[in-house]
Ligand binder design. Structure first.
Ligand code: GLP
Length: 265
């Protein structure tokens, strides 16, 4: 894992945006499949990408995008649906074709089939080139709650009580938060060719420490990322505050800056 401890959200957004730019450049004419996340964590990075699109001509015209997850049971167009969130915060502000932004259908009458079909559609698109992730305070990625199989596929999952409480801030009351979601599985996410995860704030410190330094376990689902060969983690000082090896990560980034061909995972 390449762990970047940054001074503020703006610097973090630049590091994440640089990973996007590198991936878009590598894909060239063939276009990129982006894996997009919702939640507040990636929003500064989306804002930076929108800025680069407007001011520096960064283009997503040949990209397609797949969302990680979606609540089950919100009416189409509900402003807390992830379908709506990603357009509002990112994709309607860049030059990606709206029809190329795909998410699981949380209003499907048959969510179990929808989950299987979503997994299939991802594979048929050639898989995800770059997946951006946030992390829940309980260590979930997408909606893979503690206890999720490390090999899980896109499926229907019940939200943990702590997730409902965390996400209640977006709804009028905790009772309005859907209790189920369609979510890419950990096995699905691990098939992305490159992953960048971003987290800020002390509320994420324990989850970040487990993600990078904990034992791989369904107890902390994000630990599955330790098995992936190309993961960049971008955290602020507060989110990094429980990392035992923080000094080593800082030192490694400095070394890489001096010797650009080093890749000190
Ligand atoms: C949500 C989403 C995750 C997100 C996480 C953290 O429940 N399903 O994809 O990473 O919670 O959200 P936030 O970034 O707002 O803290």
């Amino acid at each position: 894992m390449e762990i970047h401890i940054v001074q503020n959200a703006e610097r973090g957004a630049e590091v994440v945006a640089d990973v996007f730019v590198r991936t878009l450049q590598e894909a060239g004419e063939s276009g990129t499949v982006l894996g997009l996340a919702t939640g507040s964590s990636p929003v500064p990075a989306y804002a930076e990408l929108i800025r680069r699109h407007r001011e520096e001509g960064l283009s997503f015209a040949r990209s397609r995008a797949f969302l990680l997850d979606e609540y089950i049971g919100l009416p189409a167009g509900h402003e807390q649906s992830y379908h709506h969130f990603i357009r509002e915060n990112f994709t309607s502000h860049i030059d990606i074709d709206d029809a190329a932004v795909v998410s699981p259908d949380g209003a499907s009458a048959d969510p179990v089939s929808e989950a299987a079909s979503y997994d299939r559609r991802l594979r048929e698109a050639g898989g995800v080139d770059l997946q951006i992730l946030g992390i829940g305070s309980n260590g979930h990625i997408a909606f893979n709650e503690p206890g999720s199989s490390l090999g899980s596929r896109t499926r229907v999952i019940g939200l943990a009580r702590s997730t409902i409480e965390d996400n209640a801030r977006y709804f009028d009351t905790a009772d309005d938060v859907p209790v189920r979601a369609l979510s890419q599985g950990l096995g699905t996410i691990l098939e992305a060719r490159r992953i960048v995860l971003t987290a800020t704030g002390a509320g994420k410190a324990e989850a970040v420490a487990q993600l990078a330094e904990g034992a791989i376990s369904a107890r902390w689902p994000a630990t599955a990322l330790q098995m992936h060969p190309d993961v960049t983690v971008v955290v602020d000082e507060a989110a990094a505050s429980k990392l035992e090896l923080a000094d080593y990560y800082r030192y490694s980034r400095r070394l890489e800056a001096e010797h650009p061909l080093l890749a000190l995972g």
